[in-house]
Design a binder for this molecule. Structure first.
Ligand code: ARG
Length: 457
């Protein structure tokens, strides 16, 4: 396709290092769609004849059919998906095929194809996250009043509800979806017609191709259009943020499924056994979701480092933009699907969670709050009194609500028997009814709002 000025062909090494077809064949649908749009525009503008345009368009349809049926052939001499398709078009329709590349370069072609591909990947991630959110919201609704320990520093802090905990992740994925929407908005400008870097002298109409491919508008600057991979980075940044959230949830599932915690039983279908220890049921899917987050972040790092020193406009380094994006997309699809399955089918050990919340002095804050509310003691002093009660209980192996009233009163005479109403984990959770708090009524409100937002009603 470019051999005119060369005296000898590329070496074996050159052919191999140059070939992107092994991975960019994944762009074939987008490449054909963009070529269809381009040739229709060329015909509308009178740049190619209606007859040639029809031959090209029919040929592209035939190639799409072949790719669908047989896969995309990998010939390194044809370098990439763009030349592979154009070469096949020439075989099918003859010299008219050569008119398709009028007013176009592979630089704007690949920028267009890749945007189309990433746009679909954004939409797929969004659909996957919506399904995960539905699973979280469903389980949160079931467990709006299920008591578990809430942690800070992984130390028992205050009792919370499992529904509240699950809805925390709903919120993270809501923000991820909003990041996806932002990324899609910025991505949706069409580079086609920027040509190699400077635009073209042919009387093209970029509005036509932009609209045909579902973009909001053509890109404004041809140099930027062929040099920019921000859209791919936005995808990877969003994937990284989402992978972080998935990884934190995965880590909690791993922890909760361990015997000392015993908060959850993960579905057999998403666990594996050990070849030596017969009793084992390992949370491999959760561990791999946690592990995949590292790889996704690696993909984002790889593309940032690839782009950081490149002068305008296109450089071949940019061909390396695709593997990290493709890898991140398949890791994310798997991770989101695995997490959706684990959340949907997990069995929560509610009695065990409640028992854990009742150990560990999770209602100490409630005692301090009670002293403030009922005895008019300043919070700092109440904190100190409560600390003394915890020390007393801990030394005797008692829960807070097991300390005899006489001993409580000996620590501070302002404590009376009404305090026991405040010391149960149920009372503690019910009391936290501030907006966004863990009280079951608040959790049900969160769940209702989420169900409405997800169209689950
Ligand atoms: N395969 C190339 C890529 O993905 C297409 C663009 C090549 N352009 C060029 N002038 N060599 O980046």
């Amino acid at each position: 396709m470019w051999g005119g000025r060369f005296a000898e062909g590329p070496s074996a090494i050159m052919r191999e290092i140059n070939a992107s077809i092994p991975f960019d064949k994944a762009l074939w649908r987008q490449d054909i769609a963009a070529s269809e749009a381009h040739v229709a525009m060329l015909a509308a503008q009178g740049i190619v004849s209606a007859e040639d345009a029809r031959a090209i368009s029919d040929g592209l349809a035939a190639i799409a059919h072949e790719y669908e049926r047989d896969g995309v052939p990998e010939n390194w001499d044809l370098e990439d998906i763009h030349m592979t398709t154009e070469a096949r078009l020439a075989e099918l329709i003859g010299p008219a095929a050569g008119r398709l590349h009028t007013a176009r370069s592979r630089n704007d072609q690949v920028a267009t194809d890749f945007r189309l591909w990433v746009r679909e990947a954004l939409d797929e991630m969004d659909a996957g996250l919506a399904a995960l959110q539905r699973a979280l919201v469903t389980r949160a609704g079931e467990h709006a009043a299920t008591i578990m320990p809430g942690f800070t520093h992984l130390q028992t802090a205050q009792p919370v509800t499992l529904g509240h905990h699950l809805m925390a992740y709903y919120e993270m994925f809501r923000r991820d979806r909003s990041r996806l929407a932002d990324a899609r908005d910025r991505l949706n400008e069409c580079p086609l017609g920027s040509a190699a870097l400077a635009g073209t002298g042919f009387p093209i109409d970029r509005e036509i191709t932009s609209e045909a491919l579902g973009f909001d508008r053509p890109t404004a600057n041809s140099l930027d259009a062929v040099s920019d991979r921000d859209f791919a980075l936005d995808y990877l940044f969003t994937a990284s943020a989402c992978a972080l959230h998935l990884s934190r949830l995965a880590e909690e599932l791993v922890l909760w499924a361990s015997q000392p915690f015993g908060f959850v039983r993960l579905p057999d279908s998403l666990s594996t056994g050990s070849s030596i220890m017969p009793q084992k049921k390992n949370p491999d899917a959760a561990e791999l979701v946690r592990g995949h987050a590292g790889r996704v972040i690696g993909c984002a790092t790889a593309l940032m480092v690839t782009m950081k020193g490149l002068p305008l406009a296109y450089s071949k380094d940019m061909q390396d933009d695709k593997p990290p994006v493709f890898e991140a997309a398949s890791l994310m699809a798997l991770s989101i699907a695995a997490m959706t399955g684990m959340i949907g089918d997990a069995t929560f050990a509610t009695a065990r969670m409640r028992q854990a919340a009742e150990m560990g002095y999770a209602t100490a804050t409630d005692l301090a709050d009670w002293l403030v509310r009922e005895a008019g003691i300043p919070f700092r002093e109440a904190h100190h009194v409560t600390g003394a009660v915890v020390k007393f209980a801990d030394a005797r192996g008692l829960a807070l609500n097991e300390v005899p009233l006489a001993d409580l009163a000996a620590i501070d005479e302002r404590i009376d028997e009404r305090v026991f109403d405040a010391l149960s984990v149920d009372a503690s959770v019910a009391a936290r009814a501030s907006y966004g708090g863990t009280a079951p009524e608040q959790v049900r409100m969160q769940v209702d709002r989420a169900r409405a937002a997800l169209g689950m009603e």
